[in-house]
Design a binder for this molecule. Structure first.
Ligand code: ZN
Length: 447
């Protein structure tokens, strides 16, 4: 069910919505809560007849009338169960609302090594694009300002290789540096390209820009780019990384949080006091996983409700991340709750035998669209020896192994040893997080 959207039409609609929505972050907390409650009610009413979610609402006693009458968002949430990735694996087709407009299938490698297939619709796409724009402009990017993307989505890379992609790139004033392919000679090239292109903003995986910062620092290079900001995404940006990146590039680094499943969840403003949550698009809860009770000010499991996806109910979805909700308010004028920190989104970069540095996200992309994998972990023992652990489910087909191994061999090299182990579970780290890539090889950026 893939739909080729009219790129221009979607972006014009998103732009229109952006002009309207960008004021919402400045609404009062009370106004934001009313907006959020109304959007949640609308979403639940949409799924009332859903083969999967209708039963859940019925069990929770949330009849049509009851949903209309409730005026407390927490009361609704407390009556709804948590949606797990396993629920999605088992009930994906029942969960789909076939009446939604412009449905398309999407997939995610998952931040925690759990691949997932699901659906989005046109309303979601337009909202996602408009909110991303709100976040981009808050973090220093404006229309048509030159920017570099230092990341590695093969989907994006494929688009960029096409003629239309290249034209769009010129119009958007965007340059792409592939962080799935970062040997030292490529780091030299990326640096030279950026010196020439002079981006105003760099969008990057936290660890990729950190590697580039370390590389430049190690060679005593003082880059003249970017001129305004660096936007870090997809992974934890710890303070030591942020300090190093800011020291080398001499511009502020903005953190943001999002996922393929639900889009852009929040981002830092110029005060860097935590991430403003786009609460008109999502409800983000932080809970104690044992009691299910809300946690404020301390670490808890993040549970997210996407208020725009009318094709697929991401309602109280266990996204797989931990975080801390802020108890403070920002003094920039934007209201609403803030996320202080996301914990544990770490990705190791793999340095192959040939010296190529491959961002850990590459391995999540290998599993995009593979339906039979509940979890995976890729471990680099040394430059020639790798181990892939897979927890498979009933949808796994034997020929998946061949294509997964082929894609991994493309980056590690055919002459390396890749062991595939099918296991019942993958143990979490001491901090309770699952790491989907682990490298035991230190990164060498000096050679
Ligand atoms: Zn702020």
């Amino acid at each position: 069910m893939h739909i080729n959207y009219n790129f221009l039409s979607i972006h014009l609609k998103a732009l229109n919505l952006y002009r309207f929505k960008r004021k919402w972050l400045f609404f009062t907390t009370n106004e934001l809560e009313i907006l959020q409650l109304n959007r949640l009610k609308k979403l639940l009413l949409q799924f009332h007849e859903n083969p999967f979610y209708g039963g859940i609402l019925q069990k929770a006693g949330l009849t049509f009338q009851e949903i209309h009458n409730i005026d407390n968002i927490h009361e609704i949430l407390s009556r709804l169960p948590i949606l797990t990735k396993d629920d999605i694996h088992k009930h994906k087709e029942e969960m789909l609302n076939k009446n939604a407009r412009g449905i398309f299938e999407d997939s995610s490698g998952g931040s925690t090594g759990t691949p997932l297939n699901f659906y989005h619709d046109e309303t979601w796409l337009i909202n996602m694009a408009s909110t991303t724009l709100i976040n981009d402009t808050m973090q220093g990017w404006y229309f048509f300002c030159p920017h570099v993307k230092l990341w590695g989505s093969p989907k994006d890379a494929g688009e960029l290789d096409s003629v239309s992609g290249k034209i769009l790139n010129i119009i958007r004033r965007r340059h792409f540096c592939d962080s799935f392919d970062m040997p030292v000679e490529k780091l030299w090239k990326y640096h030279a390209d950026m010196e020439k292109f002079r981006p105003v903003v760099i969008f990057s995986y936290a660890s990729s820009i950190y590697i580039l910062a370390n590389f430049l620092h190690a060679h005593g290079i003082d880059p003249s780019y970017p001129t305004r900001s660096i936007i870090s995404t997809a992974e934890c940006l710890d303070e030591q990384m942020r300090d190093k990146i800011q020291k080398v590039f001499k511009v502020p680094v903005y953190d943001r949080y999002g996922s393929r499943e639900v889009g852009c969840i929040g981002g830092e403003c110029e005060k860097h006091k935590g991430m403003h949550l786009h609460i008109y698009d999502h409800i983000l809860e932080c809970i104690d996983p044992r009691s299910g009770k809300p946690v404020r000010g301390g670490a808890g499991e993040l549970i997210i409700t996407d208020l725009n996806n009318y094709a697929f109910p991401f309602i109280r979805y266990r996204i797989g991340d931990w975080g801390i909700l802020s108890t403070e308010k920002c003094n920039c004028g934007r209201n609403g709750p803030m996320l202080k920190k996301v914990l544990g989104r770490t990705t190791d970069t793999i340095t192959t035998k040939s010296g190529r540095m491959v961002h850990g996200e590459y391995f999540t992309h290998v599993f995009y669209g593979v339906d039979g994998v509940s979890q995976f972990q890729f471990v680099q023992e040394n430059r020639e020896h790798y181990r892939l652990f897979i927890v498979k489910n009933e949808n796994y087909q034997d020929d998946f192994t061949k294509s997964i191994v082929r894609e991994i061999n493309e980056v590690i090299g055919e002459d390396c040893c890749l062991e595939v182990h099918f296991v019942d579970e993958i143990p979490v780290t001491n901090s309770g997080k699952h790491r989907f890539t682990i490298s035991k090889v230190p990164i060498n950026i000096k050679s």
